[in-house]
Write a protein that binds this ligand. Structure first.
Ligand code: SF4
Length: 586
């Protein structure tokens, strides 16, 4: 047994033959899918599954038209000596002599071998498993659905040896627990459904910058400017917000319905968040959304959700977030948590190591201070040069802080300077001013909106980190405390000025909020329910804003950027890149 086997999650005894095919195509793809347990569909993978379903349903017809005989379809078989498990699409033959048939969705390639190597290796692995189970098998068939062509693959000695070598290499890779490097500028990445997880060009660029002493290579030799946009700028699925005590979320077929607490059809302050978009039906239903178009459901202040709705959302992997009326994030209902145990083990290892934690925390605070500076520089033309200089210096100090306590001090000093200038970012004519940052409770409207938005942003980061495979409660900068989503708070630092503060300033400066939107509660100030909806809408507008990525150069939404940053953090923990690259707006 390998040395590291005891401390790491175990590698399954048998390698699925399909993973062998992926390993040949791209070792990293195989690792992400098989070891990290991550998978995302794209057009090709959905179509591939559809074609395989067709294989199952049309097996009888295909038997008559294309093959003389076959004995079974969708045959699952293990070969413990070969070390492979497989599911054979079709098995034809007589007695002990059999031929496995593997269906591929595309057209037969015009190459001498008749089929690509990943397909031939997968088929050969099936042949080896069949032999181990007592069958005679010396050839297989790849059936290309689009061109309706059968390609015979002989399991000659060379192919068998290649297949055995690949099985051994894949097992070694899995035991090593190191994600293979991304392909370099490969056309394979263009169609890879895992590109958004793998980030091939991004990782290659960051490694190049690190190898070049932190400097971006320019011109023909460098990767800068050659980063392909392999991830969509925005998600098709979007969040749903339901605000107001007594509102109800139900499931009807493929739809999620939001029902108002007010039965007579009159709109009140308790209506659903999307009330403004479509109005409310006479029966009290304010909105219906296709379940497949939902990325998350956010319930604010005593909204009810039925068990069938919750179960369906869990099955789809759509998280349901619960908030108090005031916007305090209470918890999450989700299906099975992420399967990437490796990442969580690394996260715990790094969090326990003060030096490693500090190296990440420094970058997070550096990014936050830099973005605060950018916010002031861009939006406050009267800002004195020395304010920008001080923030610059503090960001540099953050990068060199010798411990977390010093870092906290630097962050505090920068926050005082930044919030000292925030009033200058507000247009004077809208009647709102900002003196200083206060909370629990916020004492003025601007602080009330900031607190609310920080809560929403923390939730966003929480969900993103969960989706990537992190434990959102264990951070590197914010210390662990019961119920505190420390990593979500860590990772939102660099985005506070860019997303939350920017949304608040826009809402006030565009006069989307007025004095009537706030209410005094005890010594504090709270947002009225309708105003909360407007704040959420402003926040969503910001999250969907497409920006040019300052380092990678492609356009991307802020929501996507959060995920990219979380994935880059995971690459730091796996030592693929040395330093967490904070997202810095220019
Ligand atoms: S994006 Fe490219 S490097 Fe990454 S897993 Fe896919 S094929 Fe491999």
């Amino acid at each position: 047994m390998e040395d590291n086997a005891g401390s790491m999650a175990e590698v399954p005894d048998l390698i699925p033959a399909r993973m062998l095919s992926e390993f040949v195509y791209c070792p990293r793809l195989c690792y992400i899918e098989w070891i990290d347990g991550e998978f995302v569909d794209n057009e090709d993978t959905v179509d591939g599954r559809f074609q395989h379903r067709r294989v199952d349903s049309e097996a009888e017809k295909i038997q008559e038209d294309e093959f003389e005989t076959f004995h079974a379809r969708s045959v699952s078989l293990d070969g413990s000596k070969v070390g492979v498990t497989c599911r054979i699409d079709l098995l034809e033959g007589e007695g002990k002599r059999v031929t496995p048939v593997e269906y591929k969705r595309g057209r037969a390639p015009d190459i001498p071998e008749g089929a690509y190597e990943p397909d031939r290796v997968q088929l050969c692995a099936q042949g080896l498993v069949l032999k181990e189970n007592g069958f005679q098998c010396d050839q297989g068939i790849v059936y290309f659905v689009r061109s309706k062509k059968r390609v015979l693959v002989a399991f000659d000695k060379a192919l068998q040896q290649r297949t055995r070598d690949l099985i051994s290499n894949l097992r070694k890779t899995a035991l090593k627990r190191e994600m293979p490097p991304p392909l370099q500028d490969s056309p394979k990445c263009n169609r890879c459904s895992l590109a958004g997880i793998c980030l091939p060009d991004e990782v290659n660029l960051l490694q190049e910058i690190e190898a070049n002493g932190g400097v971006e290579k320019s011109g023909e030799k460098g990767l800068l400017g050659k980063i392909r946009k392999l991830l969509p700028a925005r998600d098709d699925a979007l969040p749903v917000y339901v605000v107001g005590h007594g509102n109800m979320v139900r499931k009807k077929g493929d739809l999620l319905e939001i029902w108002s607490a007010v039965k007579d059809g009159a709109l009140g302050e308790k209506d659903g968040a999307k009330e403004e978009r479509g109005g409310k039906g006479k029966d009290g239903r304010v909105l219906e959304v296709r379940l497949r178009e939902i990325s998350q459901v956010n319930l604010y202040g005593g909204v009810e959700i039925t068990t069938p709705a919750l179960a369906d959302l869990m099955q789809r992997g759509v998280p349901v977030m619960h908030f108090t009326r005031g916007g305090w994030f209470q918890g999450i209902s989700s299906g099975h948590t992420h399967k990437n145990v490796e990442l969580r083990m690394k996260q715990f290892e790094w969090a326990m190591d003060r030096k490693k934690s500090l190296s990440i925390a420094r970058c997070l605070v550096y990014g936050k201070i830099k973005n605060c500076r950018t916010q002031v520089r861009r939006n406050d033309p009267e800002s004195p040069a020395k304010v920008l200089e001080k923030l610059d210096k503090l960001s540099g100090d953050a990068k060199k802080a010798s411990n977390i306590e010093k870092l906290l001090g630097i962050e505090g000093a920068a926050a005082e300077i930044y919030f000292g200038r925030l009033d200058g970012l507000l247009k004077g004519d809208q009647g709102f001013t900002f003196q200083n940052r206060n909370r629990r409770p916020p004492l003025d409207p601007v602080n009330a909106v900031l607190s609310y938005l920080y809560g929403v942003l923390a939730k966003e980061m929480f969900v993103t980190l969960l989706a990537v495979g992190f434990d959102p409660y264990l951070g590197f900068y914010h210390q662990p405390r019961y119920g505190r989503p420390a990593l979500a708070l860590d990772m939102m630092e660099e985005f506070r000025p860019l997303i939350a503060d920017s949304t608040a300033i826009t809402l006030f400066n565009n006069r989307e909020l007025s004095e009537r939107d706030f209410i005094k509660t005890g010594i504090g100030i709270s947002l009225m329910p309708k105003a909360k909806k407007r704040v959420i809408e402003g926040y969503e507008r910001r999250m969907e804003t497409e920006i040019t990525h300052p380092l990678f150069g492609y356009t991307v939404s802020y929501r996507r950027v959060l995920e990219v940053q979380a994935r880059l953090l995971s690459r730091v923990l796996s030592c693929e890149i040395k330093e967490y690259p904070a997202f810095l707006r220019r």
